[in-house]
Design a binder for this molecule. Sequence first.
Ligand code: ADP
Length: 537
Amino acid sequence: MAAMRTLHTAPASFIVTPAPHLVSPTPTPRGALPAKAPPAAAATIQSHARPPLSPRVGRRRPCARAASSGAGAVVASVEDAKRDVLIALSQIIDPDFGTDIVSCGFIKDLEISETLEEVSFRVELTTPACPVKDMFEEKANEVVAALPWVKKVNVTMSAQPAQPVYAGDLPEGLKKISNIIAVSSCKGGVGKSTVAVNLAYTLAGMGARVGIFDADVFGPSLPNMVSPVNRLLVVNPESKSILPTEYLGVKLVSFGFAGQGRAIMRGPMVSGVINQLLTTTDWGELDYLVIDMPPGTGDIHLTLCQVAPLTAAVIVTTPQKLAFIDVAKGVRMFSKLKVPCVAVVENMCYFDADEKRYYPFGKGSGTQVVQQFGIPNLFDLPIRTTLSSSGDTGIPEVVSDPQGDVAKIFQNLGVCVVQQCAKIRQQVSTAVSYDRSIRAIRVKVPDSDEEFFLHPATVRRNDRSAQSVDEWTGEQKVQYGDVPEDIEPEEIRPMGNYAVSITWPDGFSQIAPYDQLDMLERLVDVPLPATAAVASS
Ligand code: ADP
């Protein structure tokens, strides 16, 4: 049990391990560098582990001095210097992950000049739209410049290349998209497209590469809300892929740009058209693809969710009492599809006149939404003639009046979406991992600190795919003894929000849904680390 307890205080798999060349030359005892452990846990661990590299214990510069050569203004070697720099940088905590930026693996290409006076490094963020990137840059400069031997600091800011967090077969055109955000409402006319377009341009204004997919083939509104010079989608004759049109740097695809006007189609055709438009488009590298969903909660939504791995959903509604029922429907649909709803936008809430604020539809059901569904973010949008006219002028409000109060609300929504997506990606990518030191598969329960451990062989033996179990007879094809007791996974990657794909040494790729992992026999007493086990045997 001792091993188990240690792991609970120091969940090391939270750490996106710093690049190997950045890791301190000092050997790291197991559990020494807690990533998400609260400060109290960090302090406990610091006392018996690796003092100089424990970052957050109410110290600033002294730790750097302690680690440097002791001469005050000099360091003995490049290795010592790098160590000092990493210690200094580990004082900077990413507010979204609650972890220092060194443990997050953000520090890349750390170089020290031969004279041991000049430091260069890159801070690689998860998204170019990171709302705290300026703060990171400033702080990184500040804490490194404060080291006694440093004369010059060169910090470069960059972002990770766009890539989905999910493994599995994605259509070619979606392979370089980091986050897909569905903007959805249960009814038409509530302002869903207005929110989708303004959110997209806000994210682009924050520095992200953005696309909008207008999935409403019955009444595509994107062509009225933006004014691209080229109003027709072009097909690349060689690759046969659709090339999006573009307005102010945002890539756009809509049935309304397909040159066919409004569609008179039946359900299956609609799904087919949406599928084709979404998947055969060459979106290129995108940080965020905003999907303006068709209204409702029907088949088209299922199709979309099956084709595109949605990262998160934003629900748009109006303040009427009845609208609560709509929001509930939307939240339930996304929850079934395992897509987290990160924000609710209550549109057309109020207007200001004669220096007074009027709520023509009553005060919304926002608080109820927050309480009942645990959606933490609620945004109120006013009724504005400028918002409705921007739908006709083809210039989104956040572009035509970037300093206005509506733009400010969208800025807050944009920050919320960026932060929530980053958290979801982090959660998804660390939900199931393999801890080599204790030879156990670690499963983190979403939205809680709870975690449990599984024996790799148990997971493999419980595979339910056709390779292991006869689909018709239910007969077990892979027998208990066929799976070696000491089998270890080679790679574990998330498959959507519902499963992981585990690659085993024999090349077998197992799809293990979270629900199934939850049912397996758990390791109560996690084995000792491999090295200790060998030593004691
Ligand atoms: P949906 O996508 O839900 O059908 P739209 O975004 O197309 O809704 O909006 C419907 C109409 O309402 C459009 O003419 C739009 O310009 C207008 N509109 C949306 N939000 C507001 C608002 N907050 N104030 C004024 N007009 C709005």
